[in-house]
Design a protein around this ligand. Structure first.
Ligand SMILES: C[S@@+](CC[C@H](N)C(=O)[O-])C[C@H]1O[C@@H](n2cnc3c(N)ncnc32)[C@H](O)[C@@H]1O
Length: 170
């Protein structure tokens, strides 16, 4: 699996090295499918697909033109609680991880994480910008989860000073 991708087109796009780390962590956890919350221009979802994962990606806005959509990726528009049931349907039978890269607020993380739990997709959850200086809500949410007895919590340091948060259900 783990085909590497190294191109960056926009500052909002997740660093490809972080995407490759997510792909590797999925691989060692037997993950076959990923739900990305925050599609933006679709670069990370494309890399996940190229690595062999089944991909569902959602956003509250359609940044990506229909013509630029990749065949085989499920693109959804809406807030995570409103589309969680649809995601669960697409992910049926797959071991699925969730990559939370949406609005980056504490409330947004809580809502997205809850939606993943409701959809039954809370086994392995990644958070982009886990210690970004300007997006402290993500860090607050992850730190709070260190007290949650149901999850292992980790923040992987990254050279770009954004950090990758990982919650794994015990
Ligand atoms: C940093 S960009 C995502 C980058 C993308 N994951 C990548 O790696 O290329 C954040 C995206 O989240 C979307 N967004 C903001 N709030 C959201 C929410 N509540 N639910 C889903 N997406 C949201 C924005 O429209 C934007 O496209």
């Amino acid at each position: 699996m783990a085909k590497k991708n190294n191109s960056v087109k926009h500052v909002w796009q997740t660093n490809p090295a972080i995407i490759n780390a997510i792909i590797s962590i999925c691989e060692i956890n037997g993950i076959t499918c990923i739900w990305e919350i925050g599609t933006f221009q679709g670069e990370s979802s494309k890399a996940f697909k190229e690595a062999g994962l089944k991909v569902i990606t959602s956003d509250i806005e359609a940044h990506l033109k229909e013509a630029d959509r990749i065949e085989g990726i499920e693109y959804l528009i809406g807030n995570s609680p409103d589309i969680a049931a649809k995601v669960a349907e697409f992910a049926k039978g797959e071991k699925t991880a969730v990559f939370i890269d949406g609005d980056h607020s504490y409330e947004g993380c809580s809502i997205d994480f809850k939606a993943a739990e409701i959809a039954g997709l809370n086994g392995l959850v990644f958070f982009h910008d886990a210690y970004h200086d300007d997006l402290l809500g993500v860090n607050q949410f992850i730190n709070e989860q260190t007290k949650n007895p149901h999850y292992y919590t980790l923040i992987l340091p990254t050279l770009d000073n954004t950090g990758l948060g990982i919650l794994k259900r015990k």
